[in-house]
Design a protein around this ligand. Structure first.
Ligand code: TA6
Length: 296
């Protein structure tokens, strides 16, 4: 269902039941809302988010493409998150997770201006699918459509902002003992020691070659987010904490307490596509009561 969002921007509302829903803005191909059967919002969206090009939307699931972070010549996190996407009228077949169907297919192609800064023709297709159990699946397929025979290389992330009740009560499982690049220390490489990840200060780490399943346990809410990913080797964990938050104008000063970014990403090993080749990267999110997931 196509609807008008903030500032008159087009959005697609996916609905499984009265409350179970998700919203995707064509601006950025950006998921801004994901609600459970009780109507509780599961993603963090900043109340100061600016829904106006060229500023990407703060919160939800920004798409970082063709460059994660500032690791290259492009603007931070690339341009996909601040372009107007289109509904893809004739998507190639993909398995459907939702019944009744609640999905949308979007497509992004480069503009003339994009080709000046990143001279590669591509088709970036993304399906957003809200399953009947409330699981949210994003499947991205990026194809090299260069006619000049040239390959291209990119990095990528689903920069998901989860909503949490109190960051100091949150634990992330599935990343312990892994190697990571610490973005707060010139991307030096370290190995995570010990137990599950907990939070008491700013964190900006790129965990390398992680398992495909990561769990975010929100003790206070008694909720566990399960992140499953495919085709995305790495996982970024980010929380700006108090000081950094004050320097981010579209983020409330105290909001860091109620958000956590856990991002399925391909950063350490960029993806290279020859003309005609396609890459696929899938993210599946579910939110379950903690009692069902203890010991996972
Ligand atoms: O994924 C973590 C990160 O790259 C951080 O370094 C931090 O800057 C964040 O993303 C937000 O970036 P943005 O460009 O959206 O302000």
């Amino acid at each position: 269902e196509l609807a008008k969002g903030i500032n008159g921007l087009d959005k697609i509302v996916l609905r499984q039941s009265r409350y179970r829903s998700a919203e995707v803005y064509l601006y950025g191909g950006h998921v801004t809302s994901w609600k459970n059967e009780n109507g509780e919002e599961l993603l963090y969206l900043s109340s100061k988010a600016i829904f106006k090009p060229p500023k990407p939307i703060r919160g939800g699931i920004p798409l970082c493409f063709p460059q994660f972070s500032n690791l290259g010549t492009l603007e931070s996190h690339g341009f996909a998150r601040n372009r107007i996407w289109e509904v893809d009228a004739s998507p190639p077949p993909l398995p459907t997770y939702s019944s009744p169907n609640a999905f949308v297919d979007l497509i992004l192609r480069p503009t003339e201006d994009d080709l000046k800064t990143w001279p590669h023709n591509f088709e970036f297709r993304m399906r957003v699918d809200l399953g009947s159990e409330g699981e949210l699946t994003l499947t991205s397929r990026i194809r090299n459509t260069n006619a000049d025979g040239k390959p291209f290389t990119f990095t990528f992330a689903y920069h998901t902002y989860f909503s949490v009740s109190d960051i100091s009560e949150v634990r992330v499982e599935g990343l312990e003992t892994l190697d990571y690049l610490d973005n707060l220390k010139n991307r030096e490489r370290f190995t995570e020691q010990g137990d599950a990840i907990t939070f008491e200060s700013e964190i900006d780490k790129i965990y390398l070659s992680t398992p495909t399943k990561i769990a975010i346990l929100d003790h206070e809410k008694k909720r566990t987010f399960v992140v499953r990913k495919d085709g995305l080797a790495d996982a970024v964990v980010w929380n700006p904490w108090d000081k950094k938050s004050k320097s981010i104008s579209d983020l409330g000063d105290e909001d860091y307490k109620h958000m956590l970014c856990v991002e399925a990403a391909a950063v350490e090993r960029p993806i290279t596509l020859k003309p005609g080749e396609e890459w696929k990267g899938r993210l599946e999110l579910s939110a379950v009561p903690s009692s069902y997931s203890s010991g996972q």
